[in-house]
Design a protein around this ligand. Structure first.
Ligand code: GDP
Length: 235
């Protein structure tokens, strides 16, 4: 069983008031509709249908919470930016997301899902604007990396990392593909580190990795307290 393999559906809510009290650490997944967020959650949990992939983008305007055996939550936020959602509903959700990101005290970090072919859209930047001031880590998963050639993927990653520097050293990025299983161990490691879940001893690929300076990387650390600084992996 992987670290997130025992995540189970807990609740789906439409209003922030219906969230559980912020007593347990949680991490949230956000991204533009169709960026591959549900597929990424399923890949990280090694499950086919934990989060439902959307045939109709923009339809699931709810916050879905999955609970881990230790009580922590994975939070699937509604996808944003889908043009066909009526304006008032879109505004309502963008406000709700902003409020959640800025105020949720139990939120340890944000996994921001971007299609590697169209990263750093205006709305992605707005998510960064809302969450970065909390000082907590943001890890960008550049999904569908299988659709880019190797050189282009490397260039995209470097350019996204450069752009992220504007929001602080707590912002990191990696390539990801749920289809080709690229970057899953790396993402799991980062997210598990935020929740204080130990790496699995039997899976060599998920052992603590060393940075060139010999330091353990972000994914293997204890959960951060508010205001903690996060060691970045910026170029
Ligand atoms: P969401 O709206 O962000 O939750 O996106 P979904 O996970 O539902 O994915 C949207 C579409 O992108 C679906 O058709 C997926 O099959 C496809 N997709 C998701 N991840 C990948 C990936 O890593 N590679 C490729 N090639 N397609 C993907």
């Amino acid at each position: 069983m992987t670290r997130f393999g025992q995540a189970a559906f807990d609740r789906a809510v439409h209003e922030l008031a219906d969230l559980p009290p912020p007593a347990q650490p949680e991490i949230a997944f956000a991204g533009r509709s169709n960026a591959g967020k549900s597929s990424a959650i399923n890949a990280i949990a090694h499950r086919r249908k934990l989060a439902f992939t959307s045939k109709t983008p923009g339809r699931t305007q709810q916050i879905v919470m999955f609970r881990l055996p230790g009580g922590q939550y994975l939070v699937d936020l509604p996808g944003y930016g889908y043009a066909k959602v009526p304006d008032d509903l879109r505004r309502h959700w963008e406000r709700t997301l902003g409020q959640y990101l800025a105020t949720r005290g139990s939120l340890q970090g944000l996994a921001l899902i971007m299609d590697a072919r169209h990263p750093m859209t205006d709305l992605d930047r707005r998510m960064l604007d809302w969450f970065a001031p909390t000082g907590r880590p943001i890890h960008v998963l550049l999904t569908k990396a299988d659709k880019l050639g190797r050189a282009e993927a490397t260039r995209t990653l470097a350019s996204v990392r450069r752009a992220l520097a504007k929001w602080g050293k707590q912002c990191t990025a990696q390539l990801f593909s749920s289809t080709s299983k690229v970057g899953i161990d790396e993402a799991e490691g980062v997210l598990a580190g935020w929740l204080g879940i130990e790496p699995e001893p039997l899976r060599a690929a998920t052992q603590p990795k060393k940075s060139p300076s010999g330091e353990a990387r972000a994914g293997t650390r204890r959960p951060r307290a508010k205001g903690d600084k996060h060691e970045a992996e910026m170029p």
